[in-house]
Design a protein around this ligand. Structure first.
Ligand code: MN
Length: 429
């Protein structure tokens, strides 16, 4: 099902009589705080966050999975769901594929044409060397059981490098411009391997992958402190990620996944550091309570998200810096598209709040060593109601003032259940 823009306009019309006065009031309030409401709307409207192909299906845990029906059966149908999402939000203009889960093989050009027809581009490619797969490791000749790029077995390392190169080649056909390398490599037992040896082998592998990149491509290293390796991960924190990126090449950068930090890590400071040295390449949005929970972004720590957007804007001189932004969540209970709608709305909302911070006032307070006034400046923005500005940004992109209500009103899920059935299963998680 393709969501008809006229249906979205109809739904918006139902809400126009209260949206317009709310918007006028929000712009007026922003103006009194020295903020140009029109500029906030324009910057929110400019932002696009990729949807990952695996997030349009129901997630799960090692204890089970409870799919809701109507899930995509193919990569083409995943693209269709992202197109529906983008029709409602106007802010998800690309999809991020995960290979081998979404390997189109010889059909990459056809997949690109299908996506183009629906107005969807291909964001960073994701390679998967955390599980054995016949297309990657062959028929059991080599295995990633003891790591991929970090493995002491040369055959496993070669398979992992070859797989990443293959993913780059696919991405070139699809029109992508980057590859994200997240590795499960690490140790489950002290003494199992050499910290230094593992790091050096991973760096060597990354250099081989990098050498295969077209000139206009970037490579992102994504760190994570633990899981599935429960004693140590090779790329465990932002410092290691930075060492790997710097050792790999100029177009190798770091990707920050909000759930990939030990508890209480100051993520906004990590963002500032990586941006400062020009190595902030990508961003995965989610939220966490305990670990890599992949919960809805902003659902647990909304103030942290606001501060992170503040650092992103500082890095971009008041605008969002160029980076590969993606939602990386696992929707175990909610309808996957409903969660992606809420995540995108939350991201737009956090950006709007951060844009409402009066930066010159904040700089003055910092220069005056006045933490109370600095807090006032932040809170004046954080406690304001920017929802009408966000809704207006969506409307100007031809999307929905209220995307979740509109998703339900147009009956998208009922249509996909009718078309795809109740037992449809997406590849991936
Ligand atoms: Mn991630």
């Amino acid at each position: 099902m393709i969501i008809d823009p006229d249906r979205i306009a109809e739904e918006n019309e139902l809400r126009r009589s209260w949206h317009e006065p709310d918007l006028a009031h929000a712009v007026d309030l922003a103006g009194r705080a020295g903020i140009d409401g029109e500029a906030v709307i324009a910057e929110v409207a400019r932002l696009s966050v990729a949807a990952p192909s695996w997030a349009v299906g129901t997630g799960g845990t090692r204890f089970g999975r409870f799919p809701g029906g109507g899930e995509p059966r193919s990569t083409e149908e995943k693209v269709d769901d992202v197109a529906a999402l983008n029709a409602l939000t106007g802010a998800n203009r690309s999809v991020s594929l995960h290979v081998p889960w979404d390997d189109p093989g010889d059909g990459a050009a056809a997949l690109r044409a299908h996506a183009q027809e629906r107005g969807i581009a291909f964001d960073a490619m994701n390679s998967n060397t955390f599980q054995d797969n016949p297309s990657t490791t062959g028929d059991g000749a080599v295995s990633y059981k003891f790591g991929s790029l970090a493995n002491v077995d040369e055959g496993a390392r070669r398979a992992a490098v070859d797989h990443n190169r293959y993913v780059v080649d696919l991405g070139v056909t699809l029109g992508s411009r980057a590859i994200t390398v997240w590795l499960a490599d690490g140790m489950n037992h002290p003494g199992q391997a050499s910290f230094r040896g593992q790091f050096e082998r991973v760096l060597d592998g990354l250099r081989q992958i990098y050498a295969h990149l077209p000139d206009d491509w970037e490579l992102y290293t994504e760190h994570k402190p633990y899981e599935p390796a429960f004693y140590s991960s090779v790329n465990n924190d932002w410092g290691t990620s930075l060492l790997l990126a710097q050792g790999t090449g100029e177009r190798a950068k770091c990707l920050v996944d909000l759930g990939h930090h030990l508890p209480n890590t100051n993520i906004e400071q990590v963002v500032s550091r990586l941006a400062m040295v020009g190595r902030l390449g990508g961003f995965h949005f989610n939220d966490s309570k305990y670990g890599d929970d992949d919960l809805t972004v902003g659902s647990i720590k909304p103030f942290e998200l606001f501060l992170i957007f503040g650092e992103l804007l500082a890095a971009g001189g008041g605008r969002m810096p160029e980076a590969a932004y993606m939602i990386d969540e696992s929707h175990n209970l909610k309808d996957p598209l409903e969660d992606l709608i809420q995540a995108t709305d939350t991201i737009q909302h956090a950006l709007a709040l951060a844009l409402c911070v009066n930066r010159p006032d904040l700089a003055d307070a910092q220069q005056a060593n006045d933490p109370a006034r600095a807090a006032e400046v932040l809170h004046r923005a954080y406690r304001s109601d920017v929802r009408p500005l966000v809704a207006e940004a969506r409307r100007r992109n031809g999307a929905a003032l209220d995307p979740l209500a509109t998703f339900r009103a147009v009956g998208y899920r009922a249509a996909t259940v009718a078309e795809r059935g109740t037992g449809a299963v997406a590849t991936g998680l």
